[in-house]
Design a protein around this ligand. Structure first.
Ligand SMILES: *[C@@H]1O[C@H](CO)[C@@H](O)[C@H](O)[C@H]1NC(C)=O
Length: 171
């Protein structure tokens, strides 16, 4: 192989690497499904947010669609319901780690009401309300932002490796 050929190949490989870096960054910081709304800072996310709505439907329907503050990391949901399972109040908010330490359900004998608290990690992950010990837990939303970036980065590594092997095999 001649030197000029090598230079061209190197420039091409660097171009691919830089391009994939830029692409990975975009995917990482700019959630695809909400890309119309510019993200305020890296790893920003949204939660359904409501204060003492009468049930989950009314919470989600009127919930403010806004970015969580930078110091919060999770979405928290507090659900009060009576002993027939009817919702009495739903509160959803952005939360810091400490607010997600006491999760689960508490039954109050005096009022006959139950309070279930759950937290989750992910873009608008607090759609549902917790109703029992199975779902009043901490959950991590699947298909989170980072996975997309990882996939595109590993894709470009495979591409570059394949090109290098091809060039090395060339007589
Ligand atoms: C908890 O609630 C969910 C949703 O209402 C239900 O599917 C599940 O069976 C319940 N689990 C228990 C242990 O009651």
């Amino acid at each position: 192989m001649q030197v000029s050929q090598l230079v061209v190949v190197c420039v091409f490989l660097i171009f691919i690497l830089v391009r994939s870096r830029v692409f990975a960054k975009n995917v990482n910081y700019d959630h695809v499904r909400h890309s119309l709304d510019p993200t305020p800072f890296p790893h920003s996310f949204k939660c359904f947010t409501c204060e003492k709505a009468k049930d989950n439907y009314h919470c989600n329907r009127w919930a403010e669609d806004k970015w969580c503050p930078q110091y919060t990391h999770f979405c928290k949901t507090v659900h009060h319901f009576n002993n027939h399972g009817k919702s009495m109040s739903v509160t959803k908010k952005c939360a810091i780690k400490e607010e997600c330490h006491n999760l689960g359900c508490l039954h109050r004998k005096d009022s006959g009401h139950t309070e279930c608290v759950s937290c989750c990690d992910g873009m608008i992950c607090n759609v549902d309300v917790p109703t029992n010990h199975t779902n009043a837990v901490f959950s991590i939303m699947k298909s989170y932002r980072k996975s997309d970036a990882c996939r595109s980065t590993s894709y470009s590594i495979i591409l570059v490796s394949a090109l290098l092997i091809l060039l090395l095999l060339k007589p």
